[in-house]
Design a protein around this ligand. Structure first.
Ligand SMILES: [Zn+2]
Length: 395
C-alpha cells in the first residue's frame, strides 16, 4: 500500500507531543527513539535494510538494480528543539520515505541504491547537526562539547568517531525541509530550490568609553560606551540591508560594564553575527561597519574575529534537476539560500547536495505554531520523487 507523507507524519506526530500541541524529542531521548521505531516500521515496509549507530542515527538502505552505481542519499533529522513543531526535520525523513512509496506504487525500481537517514541531534544539543557530523567525520576527537556531553548519553567519544562512514560510494544527498521563514508562504510559491546554506561570521566588538558618575557627569562630557555601541548596531543594521538584502546581521548578546544603574557604561561588548552564502558579502559588511565606527563620537571600537563557519553551496546540476521537476509538475519555485543550518551542510562538505523547501505558514518554526499544509508537503515529495527518477537516469 502506498504511504502518503501526511499519513507517515501523522504517526510521528504521536511521539513527543506535549499538552500545548508542541513537540519535544530531544537528542537521545525516549521520544526520539520512539520516532526512530516509527520510521523503522515504514523502512521495513519498503524493504529497506535497517541499521542504527551510536550517534543515534537510523539508516534504511534500499538496494537498486545496479549495485555498482553510487548511492543516492536522502534524509533529515528526527529530533526537535524543546517545544518545537511537527515538521522541522521529521518532514525530511518522512518525505524521503513517501517519495520511495510513490515510486513503488508506480512499480519503478531505481538502478541506484537509495539510502534514507533519520539523523539524531541536529538541533542545538551536542553542537548541532550532531548525527550527520558523526556520519561524515566532522566531529573532532578533541571536541570539548562532545567530550563533556556524550557520556551523559551513555556513549564514549570513540564510539561516536567510529560512526564515520565512507562516502566514496555516495552520488549525492537530497533533503526536504520546511522553509522556517516566510518567503514562500508570503509570495504563495510552492517550492524553494535551495542554492546553499549560508556561512556564519561572528565578531567580538567592544566599545570603549569612560565610566563615571551617572548623576554628576554632564551630558556633553560623557563618553558612554552603550550609547556608542547602540549607534554602531543601528549603522550595521542599515549597512546590511544596503549591501545585500539576502544577508542578515544580528547582535544577540551584550555585556555592559560596570553594569550599575548609577554608573555611565565604560565598556560594552557585543557579538556581531552576519550570515550570507558568499564570504565576500560579510567581509564587505564588516569593512563598512569598521569604516563607520570612527564617525561615532565619544568612544573607540575594537573588532576581533570570533568564529567563521563557511557556507555550503548546493550542486548547480541538482538545482537544475529540481527546477525541471517543479516545472514538469506545474509548481512555482524560487531559488533561495537557507539561512538556517541543516544536515545537508555536513554532507555538502563531501558530496553534491540538493535541498527542497516547502512553505512554512507565516514563517513560524521551532514552536507549536509551525505548520505546513498537506498539499505543500505533498508537493515537496513530488519534487523529491521526480528528482530521484531523473538522477537515476545518470551514472
Ligand atoms: Zn531542521
Amino acid at each position: 500500500m502506498a504511504k502518503d507523507v501526511v499519513e507517515i507524519l501523522k504517526e510521528i506526530g504521536k511521539v513527543g507531543l506535549n499538552a500545548d500541541g508542541s513537540y519535544t524529542r530531544n537528542a537521545y531521548s525516549k521520544e526520539f527513539f520512539q520516532a526512530v521505531d516509527v520510521i523503522k516500521g515504514f523502512m521495513q515496509e519498503l524493504g529497506m535494510k535497517i541499521t542504527t549507530d551510536a550517534a543515534g542515527n537510523v539508516l534504511g538502505v534500499l538496494p537498486g538494480n545496479k549495485p555498482e552505481l553510487k548511492h543516492i542519499i536522502m534524509g533529515s533529522h528526527l529530533d526537535t528543539v524543546e517545544k518545537g513543531g511537527l515538521y522541522d526535520g521529521a518532514y525530511g525523513v518522512t518525505g524521503a520515505l513517501a517519495a520511495l512509496f510513490a515510486l513503488k506504487e508506480k512499480n519503478i525500481k531505481l538502478n541506484h541504491t537509495v539510502e534514507v537517514y533519520g539523523f539524531n541531534g541536529e538541533e542545538d544539543a551536542l553542537g548541532g547537526t550532531f548525527g550527520s557530523r558523526a556520519v561524515t567525520g566532522l566531529i573532532a576527537a578533541d571536541n570539548k562539547l562532545l567530550n563533556e556531553g556524550i557520556q551523559t548519553y551513555g556513549h564514549t567519544v570513540e564510539e561516536i568517531l567510529a560512526c564515520k562512514r565512507d562516502l566514496k560510494n555516495a552520488k549525492c544527498y537530497l533533503e526536504l525541509h520546511i522553509e522556517q521563514g516566510e518567503r514562500l508562504d508570503e509570495k504563495k510559491i510552492n517550492i524553494g530550490v535551495v542554492s546553499g546554506i549560508v556561512g556564519i561570521v561572528r565578531y567580538k566588538v567592544v566599545a570603549h568609553g569612560t565610566s563615571n558618575h551617572a548623576g554628576s557627569t554632564q551630558m556633553f562630557r560623557r563618553k558612554d560606551a552603550l550609547v556608542g555601541m547602540s549607534k554602531l548596531i543601528v549603522k550595521g543594521n542599515e549597512l546590511c540591508k544596503k549591501i545585500d538584502p539576502d544577508m542578515v546581521f544580528t547582535v544577540g548578546t551584550i555585556t555592559c560594564a560596570p553594569g550599575a544603574k548609577n554608573v555611565i557604561p565604560g565598556r560594552v561588548e557585543c557579538c556581531f553575527e552576519m550570515r550570507q552564502l558568499e564570504k565576500a558579502k560579510t567581509d564587505a559588511l564588516i569593512a563598512a561597519i569598521k569604516a563607520a565606527a570612527p564617525e561615532i563620537p565619544d568612544c573607540d571600537f575594537t573588532f576581533e574575529p570570533e568564529m567563521y563557519a563557511p557556507g555550503v553551496l548546493c550542486n548547480p546540476k541538482i538545482m537544475e534537476t529540481l527546477q525541471t521537476v517543479a516545472k514538469t509538475n506545474s509548481l512555482s519555485y524560487v531559488v533561495m539560500p537557507s539561512g538556517a543550518g541543516h544536515d545537508a551542510e555536513s554532507m555538502g562538505h563531501h558530496i553534491p547536495i540538493g535541498m527542497i523547501f516547502v512553505p512554512s505558514k507565516d514563517g513560524f518554526s521551532h514552536c507549536k505554531e509551525e505548520w505546513t499544509s498537506d498539499k505543500d508537503l505533498q508537493n515537496g515529495v513530488k519534487v523529491m520523487s521526480g528528482a530521484l527518477e531523473l538522477l537515476d537516469k545518470e551514472a
